[in-house]
Design a binder for this molecule. Structure first.
Ligand SMILES: Nc1ncnc2c1ncn2[C@@H]1O[C@H](COP(=O)(O)OP(=O)(O)OP(=O)(O)O)[C@@H](O)[C@H]1O
Ligand SMILES: [Mg+2]
Length: 481
């Protein structure tokens, strides 16, 4: 294998300016691409021609001179000792195999690394803004419209999320090693013969019981991610889970968000749909999407005697206690669930719903999404999840110094009657659609609409329950549990 450092040393690019980068890219990488092994680990997916290697390096826009410099720095610092084949060329990043240490002459043990290099293409990252927007942890990065900086944020986001998951010790994930600009270094999950551990998609299940085990494990991870790591994966599927030493590992967490993100529940719902969609094909018993959703977000599980941090205990509970999806009505219910507008907190409740809540007729989101279906909702206790003021987010974790006050919107709210609570509630999806149409509205119509809205709000305020009363009620329901 050819060491990266020798290749990189010959690239005297320090004085080049950014406007020439594409040109340099083509020249330098065409010249050196054949030295970078890009096909060794790709499992036959890549065309094995030198031309193709050169194209990938330049066209994919990953190994640009700047990125090469970062790799060089990592090599000279001894983080990387060898940079090898390309494992995957994805939409947002390429993943390479590398070694750290040589294992000889008293050098540190030779270990395998996966190097994820995020693409510098602006288009991909435009689409990703919605994951960073609304993340309190990245509030200072939002204004950065410089694509290079956004990519850096993206790589850092994956590094931090990976670190959070890995440190939680409840959901297996590759150990993050380092992040530098758009380059993320992590532990390589090895199948044992030089190849990467298979994705869930490619894993040869032994039998139906094996499939069911991985299905239940995946659901337990969604819950552990949400409850323990305070994350929603947001791109969970058979492509982003690897089976390593018979254990399921979660990867690709750059887009993962905290539960406080305004779209976290929508992302969660999407993850559940993807996971169910994959396992449904194997003709095993499947839970309804709504039941899984409740299982994930409910803090307490009725009759659960196990360890809330244990995937195995959750899997066992799930298999015994969760009702399976059997009838066409169950499917119809899931259809409804997919189209539901998700309410996150008390502020998001309509007046009539709030009256029902105070009369003890339903228990926030759990019952809203359950349609008061007692048969299915009885296993869960969910109300705490949506009182955001009680969120205590990894505040003692060094790497998350920005995380404090996450989603503290409740604390920051005034009790004034004039607050804008009605605008800031959870109905973001429908509202954003509406606003698009309003853009082209006639001036007078707009004025009239605004006046009407004001009148309606004035009326609504007359019967509005004051916030401190709402809070007291939430506390009361909590203390009952
Ligand atoms: N730590 C790792 N160990 C082994 N293989 C890995 C590791 N990380 C990623 N891979 C491999 O690289 C592939 C792509 O990784 P990842 O999903 O993180 O990147 P991606 O750019 O998001 O890909 P895509 O756009 O296709 O989703 C994975 O499917 C997996 O096969
Ligand atoms: Mg992926």
């Amino acid at each position: 294998m050819v060491g990266l450092s020798s290749k990189l040393e010959s690239l005297d690019l320090e004085d080049q300016n950014d406007t020439h980068i594409d040109h340099i890219n083509t020249q330098v990488l065409d010249k050196h691409a054949q030295n970078i092994k890009t096909d060794e680990l790709s499992g036959g997916k890549t065309k094995k021609t030198t031309k193709d290697k050169a194209n990938r390096a330049t066209v994919e826009n990953v190994l640009d001179p700047r990125t090469m410099r970062f790799l060089q720095a990592l090599t000279s610092r001894g983080v990387i000792s060898e940079f090898n084949g390309c494992l995957s060329t994805g939409k947002e990043a390429n993943v390479y195999h590398a070694y750290s240490g040589t294992g000889s002459n008293g050098d540190k043990e030779r270990s395998e690394l996966a190097i994820k290099i995020f693409k510098t293409s602006i288009l991909v990252f435009k689409d990703r803004e919605r994951y960073v927007d609304g993340e309190f942890r990245f509030r200072n990065s939002r204004s950065q419209h410089n694509p290079r900086k956004m990519i850096k944020v993206w790589a850092e986001k994956e590094f931090r999320n990976l670190k959070r998951i890995h440190q939680s010790n409840v959901v297996p994930a590759p150990k993050p090693v380092e992040v530098k600009s758009n380059v993320l270094i992590m532990e390589f999950l090895n199948r044992g013969d030089g190849f990467a551990s298979p994705r869930l998609k490619d894993y040869p299940f032994k039998d139906a019981a094996d499939v069911a085990y991985y299905y239940h494990t995946m659901i337990s991870y969604m819950r552990l991610l949400y409850q323990n790591c305070r994350l929603v994966h947001a791109d969970l599927s058979e492509y982003n889970a690897l089976v390593h030493q018979k254990r399921l590992y979660i990867i690709d967490v750059s887009q993962s968000v905290q539960p406080e993100h305004p779209m976290s529940l929508d992302f969660l719902r999407m993850d559940i749909k993807n996971v169910n969609g994959f396992f449904e094909r194997f003709s095993i018993d499947i839970f309804s999407e709504r039941i899984i959703f409740q299982f994930v977000i409910s803090e307490m599980l009725e009759k659960f005697m196990g360890d809330y941090n244990s995937s195995e205990d959750l899997v066992e509970y799930m298999a015994k206690n969760l009702p399976i999806k059997t009838t066409p009505e169950d499917e119809a219910e899931d259809e409804v669930f997919r189209s539901l507008h998700l309410v996150r907190n008390l502020g998001g409740l309509e007046e009539r719903d709030f009256d029902r809540f105070t009369m003890g007729k339903f228990d926030l989101l759990k019952s809203l999404i359950a349609n008061d279906n007692k048969k299915n909702a009885k296993n869960f206790t969910a109300s705490e999840q949506f009182d955001l003021s009680s969120s205590s987010e990894d505040e003692n974790e060094d790497d998350f110094e920005e995380d404090e006050n996450d989603g503290d919107s409740d604390n920051g709210e005034s009790d004034s009657e004039e607050d804008t609570e009605d605008e800031s509630d959870g109905d973001y999806v429908e509202k954003s659609k509406e606003l698009k149409h309003k853009k082209h509205e006639d001036k007078d119509v707009k004025k009239q609409r605004k006046d009407d809205a004001k009148d309606a709000k004035r009326e609504k305020r007359k019967t509005k329950v004051k916030k401190h009363i709402k809070k007291r009620l939430v506390k009361k329901t909590k203390s009952k549990k």
